[in-house]
Ligand binder design. Structure first.
Ligand SMILES: *[C@@H]1O[C@H](CO)[C@@H](O)[C@H](O)[C@H]1NC(C)=O
Ligand SMILES: *[C@@H]1O[C@H](CO)[C@@H](O)[C@H](O)[C@H]1NC(C)=O
Ligand SMILES: *[C@@H]1O[C@H](CO)[C@@H](O)[C@H](O)[C@H]1NC(C)=O
Ligand SMILES: *[C@@H]1O[C@H](CO)[C@@H](O)[C@H](O)[C@H]1NC(C)=O
Length: 227
């Protein structure tokens, strides 16, 4: 496989960051242990479409971000996400666009191979596992789930190298009852020790989608995102 030097460097930096960010020692728990059989049997990817806001996150890539809108749609290969992230530091906060593919894993419902298509870390495949979701309230008219909990764990030679959580909701400012239900999903997966390190996202700018005043943005132009 040929990689251009720049991309190699990006991946290398990213790997350094995530190992340094201290995922635990010991491997990943087996997926069957964290993912409930009823999630596997009932998850309907069609209901994961439309606009979501990331409301909680544990992910070194998104550490400098406070807002993350995600427009998801199903295609022949999986669930594709068009992301708009609000990231940076202080007055240098700005919006970024990214595209992610959650490729279907044949034979495994509610599991995906997550790959960033652009503009960052294209060669890394994150195993993305749905831990839980909520059916929409009657009359909500979002035609899909109200929230979703997704989890990724990677190991190498029995040592955990990455652990992340991505928690999405239709509303950037979710009701407390939903937050409690989301936490329960993580507890029931046996992963409650990580709740304290899962940070809330959000703020008034999270529903602001006017990009006209923002400079054209790419990940590469942001040192904050590549550390
Ligand atoms: C999955 O969800 C879609 C959209 O709500 C619905 O049309 C379809 O019937 C559902 N599939 C199953 C197997 O429930
Ligand atoms: C953003 O959310 C706030 C609070 O919910 C609301 O008052 C405001 O109208 C929203 N702005 C947009 C552009 O949707
Ligand atoms: C978006 O931009 C338009 C035109 O510049 C402006 O009228 C509107 O108030 C802006 N919306 C927000 C939420 O700032
Ligand atoms: C980012 O995506 C939004 C929505 O698709 C679009 O309106 C905006 O122009 C894009 N911004 C950039 C800098 O590409």
């Amino acid at each position: 496989m040929m990689l251009c030097p720049l991309r190699l460097r990006t991946v290398a930096l990213f790997l350094t960051v995530w190992v340094a960010a201290g995922a635990g020692f010991g491997g990943c728990p087996p997926i069957e242990q964290v993912q409930k059989p009823e999630v596997v049997s009932t998850y309907n990817v069609s209901k994961a479409q439309g606009r979501f806001f990331e409301i909680f996150v544990k992910d070194v890539v998104e550490a400098p971000c406070t807002c993350f809108l995600k427009d998801r749609r199903v295609n022949a290969k999986g669930l594709q996400d068009s992301d708009q992230l609000y990231c940076g530091a202080g007055k240098y906060m700005s919006w970024y666009n990214a595209t992610e593919d959650n490729f279907f894993v044949p034979g495994h419902n509610a599991r995906f191979d997550l790959v960033f298509q652009r503009p960052l870390i294209r060669k890394v495949v994150f195993p993305n596992v749905v831990l839980g979701f909520a059916e929409e309230a009657p009359g909500a008219h979002t035609s899909g789930y109200t929230w979703l909990v997704e989890y990724q764990c990677m190991e190498r030679l029995g040592v955990q190298t990455y652990m992340g959580f991505n928690i999405y909701h239709r509303n950037w400012d979710p009701p407390e009852a939903d937050v409690i239900a989301i936490r329960r999903v993580i507890e029931e997966a046996g992963l409650e020790e990580h709740w304290a390190s899962i940070k809330p996202m959000g703020g008034p700018h999270c529903n602001y989608t006017n990009h006209t005043s923002s400079p054209p943005s790419t990940f590469q132009s942001s040192p904050a995102l590549l550390v």
